[in-house]
Design a protein around this ligand. Structure first.
Ligand SMILES: [Mn+2]
Length: 457
């Protein structure tokens, strides 16, 4: 059997270079032809296939999460990568009698899944380089033992350390990795266990810890001289309006003493880190002043270095954008009608990957990314994009793809056209939904394009 398949493949290679395949594809994507309808039918068929895929017991959440980083590892060689982690709650609609097998989220107000993801971001350009590692789960029951009395392995917070470990393996070829996380990840174990040569940690403090030699994290900086001040644009958040703030900078070295929690006993008795404090001396009336205290293993040589590190922390915005795309702006994951928890968790893992790709294309669309198309697309998908480029080149001058060949921006332009965007520079730029439709169509076409080497009539 295997021999026969190989022979077909071999025969197929003979026509790989022929124009037949390309012509067929051109026909398929020709706007307005029945072929686009064939793509649409393909989408319906693939919906059935997709459901079968989710039902397959061999397709596990773990394997899907492992697949996230297939392209990321290759993209990060020699760079300084920000490995940004965060958790998002995906709220699925349930009722008392129809829980869909999902556990509680939030403060027990709804049911759903939890997605913990690490995304790789270039420290200089802040381009998203792809997903790295993570976890998807739903809670079962309530935990009765108080949080402080549980060893780390039994706490959900261990996901930060576990994901950091998985991230180290994927990001091995990076020149430097800075693991970035918000206040939730302010765990003594993380500060003690994750850093190593070439691996840094940067996060915001949550606990006011005691320092070796007296004082605490929130009070020590008062003794330090003012190192500089800058005006900074603050993005809108649920608890804050968009505004500009003048922030004052102080920084220094701190040595944190091991806390007296259970579970911390086998950790080193102290860790030495840099503390960067930003305060807002003159906030607008009635507005809570900004206080940010960042801890990092990076040494802070001067004020310029400190501001730079603050910029790396603010790149956390990329993962927040990813979660927004997943839930609200593009994929509407929370609207899914799938009924079982097991399949919903798999769906979350797949959708997270799709959201990362959509985000990469959005960044390329905005000129924020000088990355190559191979960061996101396989060889077959690139072959399909080449054929599409020929297809779309026939139209008016103003509709030409303006981007360098095989850049991610070039691919984003073609994917947007495939998703229904008209390509005129004066038109509204393509949004996440258009790009997602384009990606789905491209995948269907590329499947045919990849098969052209083996399928002979
Ligand atoms: Mn968070």
């Amino acid at each position: 059997m295997g021999d026969v398949r190989w022979r077909w493949r071999w025969v197929g290679l003979g026509i790989a270079a022929s124009k037949k395949g390309a012509a067929l594809l051109e026909g398929m994507v020709h706007a307005g032809s029945t072929c686009l309808r064939r793509v649409a039918e393909g989408r319906r068929r693939s919906e059935v296939q997709f459901n079968r895929f989710l039902a397959n017991p061999k397709v596990t959440v773990e394997r899907l999460v492992e697949g996230w980083s297939a392209a990321t590892g290759a993209a990060i060689g020699g760079r300084h990568v920000l490995a940004i982690q965060d958790t998002s709650e995906i709220n699925f609609r349930t009722t008392r009698t129809r829980t869909r097998g999902l556990g509680e989220i939030g403060k027990g107000v709804g049911r759903g899944a939890l997605l913990h993801a690490m995304v790789a971001v270039d420290a200089e350009s802040q381009a998203c380089l792809g997903l790295v590692a993570g976890e998807v789960w739903t809670r079962c029951g309530r935990v009765e033992v108080p949080h402080k009395k549980r060893p780390l392995e039994q706490k959900e917070s261990r996901r930060w350390i576990k994901t950091a470990g998985a991230g180290k393996r994927v990001l091995e070829s990076a020149a430097t990795v800075t693991m970035v996380a918000d206040r939730e990840a302010d765990l003594y174990a993380l500060w003690a266990l994750v850093p190593e040569p070439g691996i840094h940690v940067l996060g915001r403090i949550h606990h006011d810890r005691s320092l070796v030699g007296g004082g605490t994290l929130t009070t020590i900086a008062r003794q330090w001289p003012l190192a500089g001040s800058q005006r900074m644009a603050l993005r809108e958040r649920p608890d804050r309006r968009e505004r500009e703030a003048r922030l004052e900078l102080r920084f220094g070295v701190v040595t944190i003493a091991r806390p007296r929690d259970a579970g911390a006993l086998e950790l080193p008795a102290q860790v030495t880190l840099s503390l960067i404090e930003l305060t807002e001396p003159d906030p607008p009336q009635g507005v809570e002043p900004i206080t940010w205290r960042l801890l990092t293993t990076h040494t802070v040589a001067n004020a310029a270095a400190a501001w730079h590190i603050v910029g790396w922390y603010r790149a956390r915005w990329v993962i927040e954008q990813l979660f927004r795309l997943l839930k609200k702006q593009g994929l509407h994951l929370e609207d899914s009608q799938i009924e079982t928890a097991e399949r919903l968790l798999k769906l979350v893992a797949i959708a997270a990957h799709a959201a990362a790709i959509t985000l990469q294309l959005l960044q390329a669309r905005d000129g924020r990314s000088g990355e190559p198309a191979s960061l996101v697309f396989t060889a077959d998908e690139l072959g399909t994009l080449n054929a599409l480029q020929m297809q779309y080149a026939g139209t008016t001058l103003r509709q030409q793809n303006p981007h360098p060949w095989h850049s991610l921006a070039w691919a984003a332009w073609l994917v947007a056209r495939l998703g229904g965007w008209d390509g005129y520079p004066s038109s509204r730029p393509p949004g996440p939904i258009t790009l997602k439709i384009g990606i789905d169509k491209l995948r269907l076409l590329a499947r045919g394009w990849g098969l052209r080497n083996v399928c002979m009539p």
